[in-house]
Design a binder for this molecule. Structure first.
Ligand code: ADP
Length: 488
């Protein structure tokens, strides 16, 4: 295995500093593992005003204060702060621009969103110049820093320090591409490079950051093998399928890993009762504690279904919308939903919980501690996603003996083995294929019936708990790819 690679890892979210979804978990864990394996990885993200600096102290980097970056007709200055990735010696660098990053949320709908993340891309490259550090690989993640490959070729092509640098773009979710009006091209200082931009977008008067990344990155990865295939189809490609087919030789899927030091029922710091495959009694205590906390009646024989999610159409909430009232009317079960997002789903779930106060509890918001409780205290985890690049909660669920119900798509298809009550052997969950309410209803009642058979259920739980999706293995795959790239 190659040693001492220089990796510049850029992400708009890294746990524990900023998180809205799986990208944060992946960035923090991958950063940690790559560093532990002896590589010089430096992580970069924006210095959002939402970062909890009372618990994580950030220190100014002396030689990276008030650095100007020229955009089209204006200058933005940034400063860099640093902290260690918790429990590691890996350095995280925070790009500070109060004008751009002092907002209530990480992502915004403000008119300068294009600039917030263009600055991130430029500031990372400029910081490397000031550090005198030419990375072997710039590892970009999602649209927020997908302009790096283009800027490296255009604005910074002259700098010999980057002569050997390669670029990798990881697509964590193709549903978000960073599409803006072409009016911003001048402001991005790209007006002299219009010929390098996808021409069909110019015709439509737009600029698409992710598409530019897909075009110019040396290698493209995504977060599961199935998703790597799916995004090359019209159904899942969100308009980028043609370009991805064109680049298919440079596209691979690497399944996300799990940081079991954060997500394991044996040592989870957030839960009051621990358990393992050998001694599972703590799970029953967690179920009781969870139901008490959510104000639902406890009965060991009644299954607890759970959902933890961003409330967006991607996550298949319309399927729940279609069947939830029926399912709750005709079955003795509990349902716990933790989520935040689209108002129409919030309203629907609030209605459902007031209609079934003894069966459904809905927590509207973002609560990391509660998410750990739910993983530990539930019996069944429901993920009926329309598409799912990788999905983390189904993998956490496997570890916590919380049997997942998933739709067969993306990473869900790659991580959950369908249970079959005929063969009763290696299944780890319940899998349905078609994106419709009836298919989900079928999977939920299949799980419901199987739950009554204690031996069968215990076997599925144990099959899941014995799976290993650790980052240790998956980080090696990234390192192999970095090494391969750096030799090109
Ligand atoms: P995505 O990145 O598409 O949101 P993933 O399954 O990859 O989906 O990752 C979601 C991550 O965000 C998981 O760690 C999950 O526990 C967490 N999460 C999602 N919604 C919430 C919430 N409302 N409260 C706490 N954690 C949440």
């Amino acid at each position: 295995m190659a040693d001492n690679l220089k990796i510049c890892f850029v992400s708009s979210e890294i746990v524990p500093f900023a998180k809205t979804g799986g990208l944060a978990d992946v960035s923090g864990a991958l950063g940690k593992y790559i560093h532990q394996k002896g590589h010089d990885i430096r992580l970069f993200m924006p210095y959002y005003s939402t970062i909890d600096t009372a618990n994580q102290k950030l220190y100014p980097v002396e030689f990276l204060q008030n650095i100007p970056v020229e955009f089209g007709g204006f200058t933005i200055t940034f400063s860099v702060f640093t902290a260690k990735l918790p429990n590691t010696a890996a350095d995280v660098y925070f790009i500070q621009s109060e004008a751009l990053y002092n907002r209530d949320t990480i992502y915004t709908e403000h008119s300068d969103e294009y600039l917030r993340f263009a600055l991130l891309s430029r500031a990372v490259i400029v910081s490397c110049q000031y550090m005198g550090w030419g990375p072997d690989v710039f590892h970009c993640n999602d649209w927020q820093n997908a302009l790096i490959p283009l800027y490296l070729k255009t604005h910074y092509g002259w700098d010999k320090i980057f002569a050997k640098s390669k670029t990798m773009l990881t697509i964590h979710n193709i549903g978000y591409q960073g599409i803006f009006s072409a009016n911003v091209i001048d402001k991005l200082q790209l007006s002299g490079h219009r010929h390098t931009l996808p021409q069909e977008d110019l015709t439509n008067n737009t600029i698409n950051y992710l598409k530019i990344g897909v075009l110019y990155a040396d290698v493209i990865t995504t977060v599961s093998e199935t998703y790597a295939t799916e995004i090359q189809t019209e159904e899942y490609g969100a308009g980028l399928d043609k370009l991805l087919r064109f680049r298919s030789d440079s596209l691979t899927g690497i399944l996300n890993g799990i940081d079991y030091s954060e997500w394991s029922p044996e040592s989870d710091p957030y839960i009051p009762h621990h358990y393992s495959m050998k001694n599972i009694s703590g799970k029953k205590k967690m179920k009781k504690a969870l139901l008490e906390r959510m104000n639902l009646p406890f009965d060991a024989n009644v299954p607890v279904y759970a959902v933890i999610t961003r409330l967006t159409p991607q996550k298949g909430l319309e399927l729940l919308h279609e069947i939830l009232f029926d399912v709750l009317s005709y079955n003795e079960l509990r349902f716990i939903i933790l989520g935040s997002g689209d108002v129409k789903y919030v309203q629907f779930l609030e209605r459902a919980s007031s209609h079934f106060p003894d069966k459904l509890a809905f927590y509207n918001g973002y609560n990391i501690e509660l998410s750990h409780w739910i993983e530990a205290g539930s019996d069944i985890f429901v993920m009926p996603s329309r598409y799912e690049p990788c999905g983390l909660n189904q993998i956490y669920s496997l570890k916590y003996g919380t049997v997942p119900i998933v739709r067969k798509t993306g990473g869900l298809a790659d991580t959950v083995v369908p249970y079959n009550n005929g063969t009763k052997t290696s299944g780890t969950g319940f899998v349905f294929e078609k994106f419709n309410g009836d298919s989900l209803r079928w999977a939920m009642s299949y799980a419901y019936e199987t739950f009554k058979n204690k031996d069968a259920w215990r076997k599925i739980m144990k099959n899941g708990m014995s799976q290993n999706f650790s980052w240790d293995k998956q980080a090696d795959k990234y390192i192999e790819l970095y090494a391969l790239l750096s030799k090109k």
